[in-house]
Write a protein that binds this ligand. Structure first.
Ligand code: NAP
Length: 293
């Protein structure tokens, strides 16, 4: 299943995420995903595993043009020339001469003018054919508004936290109005249960309403959540380093949720964000230096 982006480029709807995939496990995870049928990998400079993603792609069967590579510029590389250089770092580590989708990892509220300059560098890379599509991540409607007013190319994608406990309908609506594809991060709610990220979180994987839908279809909670994204027109990039779960997460093309089932999942939204607030500067995190290729 694919979506067509606002510039005509197609993107496989489901991709493998690699946030928190240790570099030494990432190559094997990418190989397992490509063997299971995935043709889209989502990484980021900040994840420290672009090199291993590239290795996994090269060791696998599909040719480079058949794999959609998405990566993200980190905040410390925002600014026009810095972001052009960030492309060199990313492409060098991934071992490719073009990226399929290059996005800004998040708005930097303490230096929004640098965020805009970074996006203008993405426009340059797009015009030069060094990326096939450009976009953003964690942009709220007001960030999109400011970006659209200051730049020429409408982002193809906005990658945001979306799972049944936090669906961000206002951001999804702003994306839709502007022709931007919403891509769900933590699509199976990883951020509600990552080990070591704090106690007392409600784990969406243990939600009875999702289990009930799964039981009706002989599918797991992860498969139900992924199907919910796909049927509502969102790209999703579930992360796993476990080959069985990587396959499980791709086995979602043989069943259909009813409109009542989709509505039951929509009704679980708490409106409470689990990830960082995109309007909050995180100076220490933002300062992380991305190594050269
Ligand atoms: P996720 O994909 O919703 O969940 C990942 C977690 O679920 C991992 O702990 C994984 O463990 C586990 N898991 C995977 N498949 C499972 C299954 N079938 N059943 C039970 N558990 C399963 O969360 P995420 O990693 O936060 O989000 C996915 C991707 O989105 C990331 O990898 C990254 O590419 C992207 N992301 C982007 C941002 C951003 O700011 N733009 C933020 C967060 C994430 P195992 O590996 O052990 O299977």
């Amino acid at each position: 299943m694919e979506f067509t982006l606002n510039n005509g480029v197609t993107i496989p709807a489901l991709g493998l995420g690699v946030f928190q995939s240790p570099p030494e496990q990432t190559t094997a995870a990418v190989e397992a995903a490509l063997a299971a049928g995935y043709r889209h990998i989502d990484t980021a400079a900040a994840y420290g595993n672009e090199r291993e993603v590239g290795d996994g792609i090269r060791r696998s069967g599909p040719d480079r043009p058949d794999v959609f590579i998405e990566t993200k510029v980190w905040v410390s590389d925002y600014g026009h020339d810095q972001t052009l250089h960030a492309w060199k770092k990313a492409a060098g580590k991934l071992g490719t001469d073009y990226l399929d989708l290059f996005i800004l990892h998040q708005p930097a509220p303490d230096r929004f003018e640098k965020t805009i300059a970074a996006y203008k560098a993405l426009e340059t890379l797009l015009a030069d054919g060094r990326v096939r599509a450009i976009g953003v991540s964690n942009f709220m409607p007001h960030h999109l508004e400011e970006l659209l007013a200051a730049t020429d190319v409408v982002p193809a994608v906005n990658q945001i936290e979306v799972h049944p406990y936090f669906a961000q309908p206002a951001v999804q609506a702003a994306d839709a109005v502007n022709g931007i594809l919403t891509q769900a991060w933590s699509p199976i709610g990883g951020i509600t249960f990552y080990p070591g990220w704090g106690e007392n979180r409600r784990n969406v994987m243990e939600e009875p309403a999702i289990a009930a839908v799964g039981n009706a279809h002989g599918k797991t909670p992860a498969q139900v959540m992924l199907r919910w994204h796909l049927q509502q027109g969102r790209s999703a990039i579930p992360k796993s380093t476990n080959p069985a779960r990587i396959s499980e997460n791709f086995n979602v093309f043989d069943f259909e949720l009813s409109s009542d089932e989709l509505a039951a999942i929509d009704a679980l939204d708490t409106g409470v964000r689990n990830g960082p607030d995109p309007d909050e500067a995180r100076p220490e995190r933002f300062a992380m230096v991305i190594p050269e290729a």
